[in-house]
Design a protein around this ligand. Structure first.
Ligand SMILES: [Fe+2]
Ligand SMILES: [Fe+2]
Length: 172
């Protein structure tokens, strides 16, 4: 149980870092000032989530991201690894100069919201908070930190929904 908790934490660090990099790149190419500001904001919060999770891992003397990908497969299933891989692929394409058209961008953002939901509800609330109750010593601060992160994920979902709405009516 304890191991699973920390493995999911470590995997979430990887996910948050990839999300942050990806959103910053989308913010650069998106043709809408307010969407760009919102995406950069979400990216910053994602970086922050990764940092807080890293701090938590360090507090327990655990920090080995190398094994995390393998653990991800074991715990979350291949879906988690696919998600991280798909970010890496998109980041590579964007780096090589690909500029998604409006439909592609809408699709990318809709996919992003599926991940935000997965992170917010499934990973932080259902998985980590529930495991926490059985795992580590009663720790109110750790619990609150995870809740905070998950609440921010809720707001990410709302912001991305708004971005999708703006883009859908905008002529690009
Ligand atoms: Fe996050
Ligand atoms: Fe998020």
């Amino acid at each position: 149980m304890k191991k699973e908790f920390f493995d999911v934490l470590k995997c979430s660090i990887l996910l948050e870092k990839n999300v942050a990099e990806f959103l910053n790149k989308i913010a650069e190419i998106i043709d809408d000032k307010w969407s760009s500001i919102a995406l950069r904001h979400i990216a910053r919060e994602s970086e922050d989530h990764a940092k807080t999770l890293e701090d938590i891992c360090r507090a327990y003397g655990l920090y080995d991201l190398e094994v995390a990908i393998e653990e991800y497969k074991r715990i979350i299933g291949s879906k988690g690894v696919e998600i991280i891989d798909s970010y890496k692929r998109i980041i590579e394409r964007l780096d090589s100069g690909w500029k998604p058209d409006k439909d592609e961008l809408l699709k990318i953002l809709e996919k992003q919201n599926i991940v935000e939901k997965l992170a917010g509800e499934d990973i932080y609330v259902h998985f980590l908070l529930r495991l926490l109750e059985h795992v580590v010593d009663e720790n109110a601060i750790l619990k609150l930190l995870l809740r905070n992160i998950s609440e921010e994920e809720e707001r990410h979902i709302k912001l991305i929904e708004q971005i999708i709405e703006r883009l859908a009516v905008k002529r690009l």
